[in-house]
Design a protein around this ligand. Structure first.
Ligand SMILES: CC(C)(COP(=O)(O)OP(=O)(O)OC[C@H]1O[C@@H](n2cnc3c(N)ncnc32)[C@H](O)[C@@H]1OP(=O)(O)O)[C@@H](O)C(=O)NCCC(=O)NCCS
Length: 185
């Protein structure tokens, strides 16, 4: 049960979220099985962010909020409230994150292909890349309920902080916790 009028509104909001995650990513990888895309991992390694990339991220995030506000993703109810929640969450994430050299920004495997080692392979490749660039600690922001954070614990990430998640609590109409995990690599 969500506060969105239609299921389609949730997928439009999700599209804006994916755009938001893409903008700051320095690593984007897809997993394919027989030419079918079955998973994505977007990540950011901070030492790869030059001045231009940081500016692109700043303006890119602003552009996503603006597109959402102007209805360019399609009609989404409560747009102002969504943006307010997202900005409050950004602030909380910044305040509750440990010092780190990068972040997993978006990570998903098609439900029909889960449990086959695809997620682990995507994560291994990103962390190997981050390590090769000199990164020592990577974080990830996730939620409970709503995300499979058990994967991170199993993988070796440690829970660093937990706090109220404004956006997902609003969307799901239930209390949702934000979780910040970190792994030393
Ligand atoms: C998280 C996700 C990407 C994992 O992808 P996956 O391809 O199913 O994961 P894998 O098959 O590679 O699993 C790797 C290991 O993690 C374990 N694992 C996965 N989920 C687990 C859980 N909830 N609790 C404990 N272990 C878990 C697997 O059993 C496997 O263990 P093994 O190494 O002993 O075999 C997938 O579950 C997903 O897309 N979930 C929905 C989106 C999401 O929650 N994304 C991440 C949070 S933002």
């Amino acid at each position: 049960m969500t506060t969105f009028a239609k299921k389609e509104e949730m997928s439009r909001t999700m599209k804006s979220y994916i755009d938001f995650c893409q903008v700051s990513a320095t690593w984007k990888e897809t997993a394919c099985v027989s030419d079918q895309i079955v998973g994505f991992l977007f990540g950011r390694v901070d030492c790869e962010l030059g001045v231009i990339c940081r500016l692109r991220t700043l303006f890119g995030h602003g552009a996503v909020y603006l597109k959402l506000l102007l209805g360019l993703y399609g009609h989404v109810s409560h747009r102002l409230k969504i943006i307010r929640c997202a900005l409050a969450d950004d602030k909380n994430i910044a305040a509750n994150s440990p010092d780190a050299d990068g972040e997993v920004t978006f990570f998903v495997v098609d439900s029909a292909f889960r449990g086959r080692g695809i997620g682990k392979a995507l994560m291994n490749r990103f962390l190997q890349h981050a390590k090769s660039k000199g990164a020592r600690r990577i974080t990830v922001y996730t939620t409970d309920p709503g995300c499979n954070w058990g994967f991170y614990e199993r993988y070796g990430f440690k829970l660093h902080a937990s706090f109220h998640d404004n956006f997902t609590s609003f969307a799901r109409k239930e209390e949702v916790k934000a979780l910040i995990f970190a792994i030393d690599i």
